[in-house]
Design a protein around this ligand. Structure first.
Ligand SMILES: *Cc1c(COP(=O)(O)O)cnc(C)c1O
Length: 228
């Protein structure tokens, strides 16, 4: 268990940064190679502002519509913000996503790669992508099957999309480490530089196993109330 939870989100950010640095040290990795994405889904601009003031630059949202309603104004006011799409993306929203986001973590099928390739070409905007892998082979979960990875990587290359790396959300309520290890192995197999894995409950484990991007919501902002 952790110590008593610090009170403000700025305090929590400092605490999480400390835990990331400690995990990096244990893993003998430079902590500059580990990027904290503050997952701000369901949070208001007022909730987000204190973290921006503390120098947090990377934010994650899971819905295009919600992000479109709050981020353009925030991004204009605070240059240097990098917005990451971490939730499932419908092909018909590809263009809006390419216009709004700086990185997309949830690319998991050929039709979406085609749509994103077209959108990037049309908008003349290159948005690096992660391929999301359904690492626990769960029914009705986003992400491609492990066996589909070579085809998706080839399709992304053909579409002119830069694949930054792989992303996963392991099955809930079981130990995440074996799934993180498998994603790391796949990323090494395909010589991909980055790994988006680890959330509030398991980001330190993910860092041990090679995560370059951890996506943390609850541990920064507190428990979410409404639906996600
Ligand atoms: C909500 C969400 C997170 C953050 O989850 P927490 O448990 O609140 O840290 C990370 N990744 C994805 C894809 C999410 O949708």
């Amino acid at each position: 268990m952790q110590e008593a939870t610090p009170e403000t989100s700025a305090d929590r950010l400092t605490a999480i940064r400390g835990r990331i640095a400690a995990a990096a040290k244990l893993a003998r990795r430079p902590s500059e190679n580990i990027h904290l994405i503050a997952v701000s889904k369901t949070r208001s601009a007022e909730d987000i502002a204190p973290l921006i003031r503390e120098g947090q630059k990377l934010f994650g949202e899971n819905r295009v519509q919600e992000a479109a309603s709050k981020w353009p104004a925030l991004k204009e006011r605070h240059p240097g913000i990098q917005l990451h799409l971490i939730g499932q993306l419908q092909s018909n929203k590809a263009e809006e996503a390419v216009a709004l986001f700086d990185v997309i973590h949830s690319v998991d099928r050929l039709s979406l790669i085609t749509a994103l390739g077209k959108a990037m070409h049309k908008l003349q905007r290159a948005v690096p992508c992660f391929i999301q892998v359904n690492i626990g082979a769960e029914a009705q979960k986003g992400g491609c099957a492990v066996a589909e990875l070579p085809d998706l990587l080839k399709a992304a290359q053909d579409a002119g999309i830069t694949v930054a790396g792989l992303m996963c959300i392991p099955p809930a309520d079981v130990e995440a480490a074996p799934f993180f290890a498998l994603l790391a192995e796949l990323s090494a197999r395909y010589a991909l530089p980055q790994l988006s894995m680890g959330m509030s409950d398991d980001f330190e484990t993910a860092i041990m196993l090679g995560a370059t991007h951890v996506r943390v919501g609850t541990a920064l902002f507190g428990a979410r109330t409404g639906p996600v």
